[in-house]
Design a protein around this ligand. Structure first.
Ligand code: 637
Ligand code: MG
Length: 214
């Protein structure tokens, strides 16, 4: 049977990237998605914005909602200081299986914990089961209608602290209007928009950075 797009992305990594070299894995995925087959990675236009926010926060505990093939997982993990942890949540087992292999190819498996399951089930387990006190950084890139409910869930579970940075992908395209309205109007957040482009296209998209004020 025909391969899946994530399987073709993994093959592009195995054929073009050097094991243990995260930069070469990022480049291999970007080249494949720009030249061969579009895929919903944060990409090489929004990616440097993600990098700059991660570097600025330098999180000890980071959370990613929506692993997909692990592209942004690698972008984040490669910048983390030693001893810090990135938890990434993915409910599609086929995507998770591919992401595990791509993260391992980049040599970043020791910094990343890929948790299989829906975010609404895993977020309430973070303190007890995963020993998380609070997150310093959260990257939202899963189904867009879950951005707002999962942000409220993180608040309710006491997983955000004064200064936690939320960074949301796709706030223009496909768009996350309910989430944007919330973080831009809530007195508990200080928000700003980083204008960019939808991955591998000229279409406008951007990232919204929101600091939790506690
Ligand atoms: C509650 C829950 N729990 C756990 N995992 C969850 C989860 N909800 C989803 N997931 C997982 O996360 C990824 C889903 C990502 C959704 N991303 C997008 O839909 C997306 C779409 C575009 C796009 C833009 C213009 C177009 F014309 C077409 C598509 C661009 C993007 O950057 C996107 O991120 C995927 O791996 C899914 O299994
Ligand atoms: Mg996205």
């Amino acid at each position: 049977t025909r391969s899946t797009r994530p399987q073709r992305i993994l093959k592009a990594v195995q054929n073009n990237a050097t094991r243990g070299d995260a930069e070469s894995v990022i480049a291999a995925i970007d080249n494949f998605c720009r030249k061969k087959e579009w895929a919903m990675n944060v990409g090489d236009d929004k990616g440097p914005i993600l990098d700059s926010v991660v570097s600025e926060v330098s999180p000890s505990f980071a959370l990613e909602l929506g692993t997909y093939c692990g592209y942004s997982t690698i972008r984040i993990a490669r910048l983390l200081p030693p001893g810090s942890r990135l938890l990434t949540l993915e409910f599609n087992p086929d995507y998770a299986a591919i992401a595990h292999q791509i993260i391992a190819w980049a040599g970043l498996q020791d910094k990343v914990e890929l948790l299989e399951g829906p975010s609404r089930d895993l977020i309430p387990q973070m303190k007890e089961r995963f020993g998380i006190k609070s997150f310093d950084f959260v990257f939202l890139d899963h189904w867009k209608e879950f951005y707002l409910p999962d942000t409220k869930l993180l608040e309710e579970c006491g997983l955000l602290r004064k200064g936690t940075v939320l960074l949301a992908d796709n706030v223009i395209c496909p768009g996350t209007p309910k989430y944007l309205e919330y973080v831009r109007n809530s007195p508990c957040y200080e928000s700003c928009y980083f204008k960019s482009h939808l991955e591998y296209t000229k279409v406008e998209d951007g990232l919204e950075k929101s600091v939790f004020l506690g």
